[in-house]
Design a protein around this ligand. Sequence first.
Ligand code: NIG
Ligand code: FE
Length: 412
Amino acid sequence: MAAAIFGGMWDLLLTDANLATMRGGRYGAIERGAVGIAGGRIAYAGPAGELPDAPGRLAREVESLDGRWVTPGLIDCHTHLVYGGNRAREFEQRLQGATYEDIARAGGGIVSTVRATRDASETRLAQDAAARLRRLMDDGVTTVEIKSGYGLDTPTEIKMLRVARLLGELTGVDVRTTFLGAHALPPEYAGRADAYIDLVCGEMLPAVAAAQLADAVDVFCERIAFSPEQTARVFDRAAALGLPVKLHADQLSDSGGAALAARFHALSAEHLEFTSEEGVRAMAGAGTVAVLLPGAFYFLRETRLPPIDALRAAGVPIAVATDCNPGSSPLTSMLLALNMACTLFRLTPEEALAGATAHAAQALGLGASHGTLEVGKAADLVAWDIESPAELAYAMGANPRHATWKRGVRAP
Ligand code: NIG
Ligand code: FE
């Protein structure tokens, strides 16, 4: 069956492996399994005992994994990986009592990263972001989403998105870019938020779309950022340009962000600490993925939990991501994000792993090609030195990665 899809011999056959296929968002475990790879895609993922022929006759190269577990490559579906400088000083201020919102209102926060990002060269931004991306790759990330949003003017937003695309070319990681021009109000537009949204819709979005630099469009809908009405204007423009949308929704207050995202059939709504049951129902109806960001919850010492039980009950797919950014989540480990999702949000290790694979793919519109071990999907795989998949979310600071294959090729 599998051989017929690609014809001829497979390039590689991994044997003596236990598979967490993550089909349907469950472990879908297959013990004593095998994975066949041809042309960068999965040609077989199933029990070794049901392979259609002897391994040596099926593939040019056969490798035993000595009983290790294989999962889909991890997908970090929400990051702000490209930025200038850092915000360690702000971290100190918060520890002395200032809140994230206080700092933002006083002209620090996101806007201070905007200054550093405007000043940084493309090379410097790429070097710094590549170092962060290598840390994500170290613990098994093969696909990453990267948002703009620290430029807040057309040239710098474009510079960030170009750097994000370059990172994909340099590392082989699949990079999905998201335009987040409506992340904060730049100082030169103080008191003129609607005029800034005019610039986002009239100049930035068309320029970014024409240069094919964005795969999706995001907005920070929050009382310290943009209103639901301003968000809707950006989403209307994105729809007119044929770009899917995502939303930073209900992170610090309930502004009806989840329902707004659902109204625009957003791929995902993200953060969601203050989302109401009504918002959850709207997401379920629209097929919008909930992206949970436990790193930001932890780092900002938030106390209000996202509505996990309501999301589960409504059948909303839940993804987990690092939200890697200098202000609210300087986190470059997906495995630690999984641990935090379990410890802080009470996800099960199975839900957390689905959140970094099958559901993360869905949040990026890549559900048909990534995120599970299934015939025809990208051969993005990680082999782990673990005895059960729950260990991926369990251990803190450990890195049991044995090997990564990106599109069937062994990655460093
Ligand atoms: O996802 N919430 C808005 N944006 C980021 C924070 C960005 C920053 O503080 O630099 C987030 O938490
Ligand atoms: Fe974010």
